[in-house]
Structure formats: C-alpha cells, structure tokens
Design a protein around this ligand. Sequence first.
Ligand code: SF4
Length: 687
Amino acid sequence: IGTHLAAFTRTRTTCGYCGVGCALDVLTREGEVAAVRPAADGPVNRGHACVKGRFAHGFLRSPERITEPLLRRRSGLEPVSWDEALGHIARGLRAAVTEAGPDAVAAITSARATNEENYLIQKFMRVVIGTNNVDNCSRLCHSPSAAGLTAAFGLSGGTDAFEDVERADCLLVVGANPVEAHPVVGARLLQRVLHGTRLVVVDPRAVGLAGYADVHLRPRPGTNVALFNGLANVLLTDGLVDEEFLRHRAVGLPELTAMLAGYPPDRVASITGVPADDLVAAARLYGVAERPAIVYGLGVTEHLHGTDGVRTLANLAILRGAVGTDHGFGVNPLRGQNNVQGASDMGALPDLLPGYGRVTDGVARGRAERVWGARLPDHEGLRIPRMFAAARSGALRVLWIVGEDVCATDPDTNRVIEALESCPLVISQELFLSETARHADVVLPAASWLEKDGTFVNFDRRFQRVRPALAPPGQARTDFAIVHAIAAACGADLGCPTPAEALAECGRVAPVFAGISHQRLDREGAIPWPCPDPGHPGEAKLYLDGFATPDGRARLAARPYLPPGESPDDDYPLILITGRRWAHYNSGNMTRRSGTIELAPSDHLDLHPADAARHAVRDGDTVLVESRHGQAVLPARLTEEVAPGQVFCTFHFPSSRANALTSDHADTVTSCPEYKVTAVRLRGARG
Ligand code: SF4
C-alpha cells in the first residue's frame, strides 16, 4: 500500500463546501483527483467528512468548465484573449467612474473566494474605484447573525469553539438541519445526544435531529421572536436565570422583564402554534442544564425580523449566564458556506472594513488609509438588494460578481435578471456558465477551491489553509490573480502579490487578525480569531474576560414579535420554506456536475399528505407552484417532514427555479431575504 500511495501527491486543504471546514487530504496523480480523504488530525472533522467533501469533485474536469474568457458580442458570448477581456473591463470601469462616479460600480463577492481574494477585491473597490459598494453572500444568510451577535456581545462571530459545544449537557438547536447541511457537525451532535446530552430542536420541519430530541418545537414560520420571548418568559417566571451574571455582566433586564410579561406560554402558543406545555418543557430543559449551548442556522436569520431573532435567541444564553462563562457554551451560528465568515471578516461589506471597523469611523478608516496609502470613501455602500435596485434604475453601470450565481440563489429571480439585463457591464467570475454568467457581458474563467492558495474561516472562526491540489484548467485563473490583472489593466498596483502577503497586510488593517499568518497556519493547522499577535493562540471561547461592548457587558434585547412579510391567505394558502439537502451545495453548480448528482438527481416539493389530498396531488405528480412573485414546477414528494400548510424545496436546481417564488421581503436591519416565509399556492398537478 505504501508503494502504491507514493505514486500520488497528497495535498492538505480545507473543504470548499459547507462552513464546517473539514480538513481534507487530496490525493492527485497526473492532473486528476484520485481520492479525497478526511484528515484524521483535522481540527474540526477528526477523520470525518461528508459525501460532498469526499466525492463531489467531479466538477473539476467537467467538460462544461469555462477555460477561456468570454465576451458578449451580437451573436452571444464568444471566446476572447485575457488581454481583450481585461481591456474591455478596464474601459467599462473607467467610463462608469468618469461619467457617473465611483458609486456607479459595485462588486458582489462570495464564500467561493478565499480570505485573501475577498480582501483584495474590497481593497480594489475602495482604493482603485473609490466606493464602498462591495458586499458578499453573507447578506443572504447570516448578516443578521453578524448584526445581532455584535449588538449583543460585541463581536461578529459564534461565541464558542465547536469542541466546547460538544461538552454541553443540553443542546438547543434552532432553525438548523445540520444532519443535511453540516453533516459532520450533525453527526457529532447526534453522537453526543446518543450519549445522553439533552436536545431541544426548534424547527417547523421534522429535520434529522428532531427524531432524537427530548422536545421538538414546530413554530409557524416567521414566529421565532414570539417563541424565543416565550422561552425567556418561562426562564424568568421559573427563576431559571443567573442573577449574579445578570447583575454584573449584562444590561437591559428591566426593559426585557417588562416586555416578556406579554409573552406567557398561552399567548405564545396562539402565535406560534407550539403547545404551551412543550414550550415550558423546552425552556426548563435549557434552564436547568449545567452547560447549555445554542446552535442555530438560517431558520433564525432568513426572516423579516431575522436580527431580532438572533437578539431574542441570545437573550436566553444571557439570562442563563451561559455565554462568556465556563458553565455554558453560548450562541453559535452554523455558517452555511465554506468561507462566508471569512468574506465578511475581510471587509467585503458595504459598511465595514476588514476586521469590522466601520467605514464611517474615522479611526478605523484612518488605519486602513495608512496601510493602503489612499483616501477612502466615508459613506456606506450599497447592499446586494440595493445594487440590483440601482441597476434596474440605471444608476449602476458596472456589476462585478465573483463566484456567486445570483440568478439561482437570490430571491425574486425575475427581478434579479431584470437588474442584470439593465446594467451596461456585468462581469462574472465563474467555473461554469451558471444562470448568472449567461446574463453577463464578460465571463472570466476562475479557479475552484481545489485549485487555490489561501485561507478560509469556518463557522467557529478558525482560519485554516487552502492549498492547490491541481492547476486550474486551460486559461482559468484564481480570483486572486484575476483581481490583480483587473487592477493592472486599470493602471493600479494593489501590492501584496501573494496570498500570504495579502493576509499579512490584512492583519495590519485589522488588529483582530494580526497574529495569523500562512506560516503559522502551516505549522499549527488552525487558529481562531481574535488573534492580536503572533504569540497569541487565538480565542476559541470568547468573552471570559468581559464582552466586547463599550462597558464589557452583554446586551439583553426587548424585541416584540412582529409578523412576517407574508402570511397564508385564501389566495396563497401554503407557506414555502426553502433550504438545502445533503447531497448538494448552494446553487448546485459544483455538486450537480459531480458524483453526488446521482444520489439526488433532482429537487422535489415536500408536501404534507393532508395538503396533497386537498389538492388531489399524488406522490411524484408534477405541480406548478405559484407565489405573488413567480412560478416554479416541481415533482411532489408526500412527507410528514413538513407540517400541514407548509411546503419545502431547495434552490440547488435551476430547472426548479425555487427563487422565482421567493419575495423581496428582507430583514429590516440587514436586508437578509426572508427565504423562510413565502405564501404560495399549488396549481395543475399532473401525473
Ligand atoms: Fe465537511 Fe461540510 Fe465539506 Fe461535508 S461539506 S466535508 S461537512 S466541510
């Protein structure tokens, strides 16, 4: 076996799918991936990986990979040289800035890009173009986590390391389906439950963990805030709070106590549909635990009041004194995508610089200006939904999209397409001719996560190395190289010629990352932020010495329940929830071109048998789903995993056009779309 393995090259890297951040050993030979093995010493996965990390790499050599730049001509997208593509982009950028100003240009980056690539893109936008119009895909998923956790505790990340969460004696898993969306985490949580950890699951659907839960609460979609307030009410009423902690380490208790008087279990039951007894039982399980932990997902954030959801969920941990202490494991978002935490950490946000200094804060801006040697714009840029609105209105001249298939992943697809068609220059950096790339004017062939050098940050704030196992095919380039090439075509030099130098420079702009370097990561494997200097181990567990708020205290939030953007009515009697399935990832552009497609070759609409009977739909029938925003066609799957009155599908398959259905209702604080609540109806079932 040893002789046989010697014929392969082994590359240690980090999985490019979900936010768990599994360390993988990629075995290659003659330019092909021969096998992917989960690393036994992987800090998060410890020898495990899911079907995506292990087997979904067939996309690398798909004949559909884009291997040369494409430029839109009269006849459509045609191959051109890099020089021609870059010249076209540079002329477009110059014309837009000259004629309409820097804010006529915007960039959308993504978790597909490494930290160093995200860092370089936001630097290009701020320094070369002179705008803060840069945003990333976290806008669509965990931007309410960033806002809510920062407001409650001071920093924009989960509060604890996953290995600590595993030591909890009670898990409150809310709006997350880790068995499918974060399989390695899901499996490890399940192991803890099988060994006696108590489990409360909050999810309208019977997700994988729900079958093992002591209590499964199934609130009506859009009623989280009422539910969390109800749980907090029981904690207070039953005296299950840490009074010492509340006295010394938190503020806001009187206001919260007054508001929670309006959320007794009976009233919460009437809003949420959760039986009052179950609510009380769940609160008591969490309330009496010695080491409780909260793990949550997009079922908390993707709502009209998603940030309020994060704040009111965080209230529970604060009331229990279970955050920033050694008797509780805080509030921990499961980031959906590989580097969605890192994209935000690197400042690919319209209001925040690398390390979360505000663009409007002269001190933070001044630090970046000194490092970059440039004056920076001091007003906030456009969030993704407002970029599309600006494109539709004609105010946006250039939209540069890096690794994001917005036509598949963003809500209200028809309006997104309208925006792309209205924008004079759309640039797409992609692996494939995705739905978005088909609407672009220039398509640049990009490298995948298995062809890149850099770092990702996973869901518990760990920086880990990404190393290229293969060279990109044809003329494809890394996003890092492409950004440098675009800058050069514009006559600019961004400095930091290598990813290692880019991360080092980022540490000078953002003190919380100052101690993290490629060299250290190569030696140590993973380092969590904050990590202020090279001798610091990084803070896996936050806030033991105080919260990162001005007075060092956590903030309780008195937030009333407000209804979602859409509710079922006579015209649209069902609620659609969208989400993910285990074999696929996000828009599906990689997994649909890999071995995992055989495991789940198409999507389906999950429909409760009672609703199916009412609509005369049989299992496997094709149904037309309509919302106020669009239509989608899907085969029905009859299942009690969804509650009566609710349906579920994913956005993994462009053919099903799930996001043609979703609305432009969005979190009132962060503009995160309300993917979890869309009123729909069924039409035209046929066998
Ligand atoms: Fe691990 Fe997530 Fe990759 Fe699966 S998709 S191997 S759980 S990082």
